[in-house]
Design a protein around this ligand. Structure first.
Ligand SMILES: [Fe+2]
Length: 360
């Protein structure tokens, strides 16, 4: 089986098209056509995770945090991680913000491991995520042009790809200058199709340039409209509830058990009863306000900043389990999903053995 099959499944589960503009989720290094039998799932691509992958003979690492964040200017093999990945022919696929924003992503995995029910997105993306482009095509050329766009992921919509809609009508024009080179010689009216496709904001220029390249008209008739709503149920964090109220002290013990932690930081009254819980896997400080607005009794995340805690400690109980521990449950969800689909491939979860923070 090829790595491409795993890439396609991940792209269906958490479409790479949903990544933030600053993110670099997707294939990081390697070859999607390589064969795969063993896969390591890890939050980060560290030297120890690559050594582990090499030791067990894995051909692929799937990480949450990307291997490359900034555009690469050179391949420096004094970088031991890169050197070992290349020498051992290990490919890396990362799914960062796509896994953060989809339902059943990072924050849902954290909620599920804590037995929360009715999980929903905490902070739906308000960004006008999608635009729609309409463009005219001569009948018969639709497939050729759409294939060019689809090959770059245009027309992907949540769990579907290659999405487009076409209507038919009659067009007309009159040449004004001999410089015009009309593709259709019979002047008016002529049969034409109009295609509409959803596109992400950051792909608008790419699509227009691509149309200029592959469309036969010297002047392409097109319009781009902003979608009035975010049509997707995606966003950061999750919010759910326990089946019955539990004391904060008990919630803390349950979290320690579920995440395998000996200590966690918290703020709040240990006797307070907790029912509604907001969660954010990763660095969640900026979402505390939203958790308060949605009347959560407790906010669970990592990397809580001092001032955010100070500002909100009288409004909501807060538990900081650490960045890594708040994200690790997604590795379990991914392993379950991938193992069910690809029975011939072995999946291994790699957890860093030592905490990056040291305590003395
Ligand atoms: Fe993270």
């Amino acid at each position: 089986m090829t790595i491409k099959k795993i890439f396609d499944l991940l792209n269906g589960y958490a479409p790479f098209a949903f990544q933030e503009s600053w993110d670099s989720s997707g294939l990081q290094i390697g070859n999607l056509n390589n064969k795969v039998e063993k896969v390591v799932l890890s939050l980060d691509v560290t030297l120890s995770s690559v050594i582990e992958a090499k030791k067990i003979g894995a051909q692929l690492i799937i990480s949450h945090h990307p291997l490359f964040f900034k555009p690469l200017k050179r391949i420096d093999l004094s970088n031991k991680v890169l050197k070992m990945l290349l020498e051992s022919n290990i490919s890396v696929i990362s799914s960062h913000t796509p896994l953060d924003v989809v339902p059943d992503g990072v924050s849902f995995a954290l909620g599920k491991i804590l037995n929360l029910r009715n999980l929903k997105i905490l902070s739906p993306l308000k960004e006008k995520f999608f635009y729609k482009i309409f463009f005219n095509v001569p009948t018969g050329l639709e497939k050729k042009i759409l294939d060019e766009l689809f090959s770059e992921g245009i027309g992907e919509y949540l769990y579907y790809k290659d999405c487009a809609f076409e209507t038919f009508g009659e067009g007309r024009f009159s040449p004004k200058s001999p410089k015009g080179r009309p593709y259709i010689s019979s002047i008016a009216p002529y049969k034409e199709g109009k295609i509409e496709v959803l596109i992400r904001k950051d792909k608008i220029d790419w699509v227009i340039n691509k149309l200029r390249e592959c469309h036969p008209y010297d002047e392409i008739a097109f319009d781009v409209f902003e979608e009035a709503i975010n049509p997707l149920n995606i966003g950061y964090g999750s919010i759910g509830e326990f089946s019955s109220p539990i004391k904060l002290s008990q919630v803390i013990e349950d979290i320690k058990d579920a995440l395998g932690l000996s200590k966690i930081r918290y703020s709040g009254d240990l006797k307070k009863k907790i029912k509604k819980v907001a969660l954010l896997g990763g660095s969640g400080s900026s979402f505390i306000k939203e958790a308060v607005e949605k009347s959560a009794d407790l906010f669970i995340s990592g990397d809580i900043k001092y001032h955010d805690l100070l500002e909100n400690s009288d409004k909501i109980s807060i538990i900081d389990v650490g960045h890594r521990a708040s994200e690790e449950p997604i590795l379990i969800s991914l392993k379950e999903m991938l193992s069910k689909e690809f029975r011939e491939v072995e999946f291994f979860i790699y957890k860093e053995l030592t905490d990056i923070y040291k305590y003395i």
